[in-house]
Design a protein around this ligand. Sequence first.
Ligand code: FES
Length: 100
Amino acid sequence: MVWKKVAEKDAVVPGKGREFVIDGKKIAIFNQNGFHALDSVCVHQDGSLAPGKLDGDIVECPLHFWHYNIKTGELLDYIKGVKLQTYKIEVKKDGIYLDV
Ligand code: FES
């Protein structure tokens, strides 16, 4: 477990997501009822989930509208048992930290 500062505290505005490349991995951080982090690459055709529309804990991939739970990484459409990796996230005084 390695906590790493990935962004300034205000880098992700409420109700939105943003993609960061951390150690070569594309990770989406969402500021929606708290902060959540998960792999940002959709398993369908590699769309980025970060700019996806949010509805509660659900993000919609902007390309073809597949849905994922941003807390668990679970894909909610079409294929059972698919989960994107999620990461522990902590917002400290000096920024946003991920356990990567
Ligand atoms: S790339 Fe995400 S739904 Fe197609």
